[in-house]
Ligand binder design. Structure first.
Ligand code: ZN
Length: 77
């Protein structure tokens, strides 16, 4: 059996706990960032006339620019 000092055991327990929590935090934060990035990429549109960037929440083939009112064709590629 491995002999451990009590303070070393407490340190190892705390260090393992903190590392586990940090790894889970980084993992879930990374997943959330990727989801948000993909969602934003699909919804952002740039007007061909005035280059205004806006959010198109309707996801249609044609969107109307809220700045100048012109129609923009959405590339569905
Ligand atoms: Zn525009």
């Amino acid at each position: 059996m491995i002999k451990l000092d009590f303070s070393l055991a407490v340190f190892l327990y705390l260090a393992t706990s903190v590392i586990t929590i940090l790894a889970a935090w980084i993992y879930f934060e990374q997943r959330r960032y990727i989801k948000r990035r993909d969602l934003t990429k699909d919804l952002l549109r740039k007007c061909d006339v005035c280059t205004y960037v806006y959010v198109d929440s309707h996801r249609e083939n044609f969107s109307t620019c809220p700045q100048c009112g012109s129609y923009n064709v959405v590339n569905m590629s």
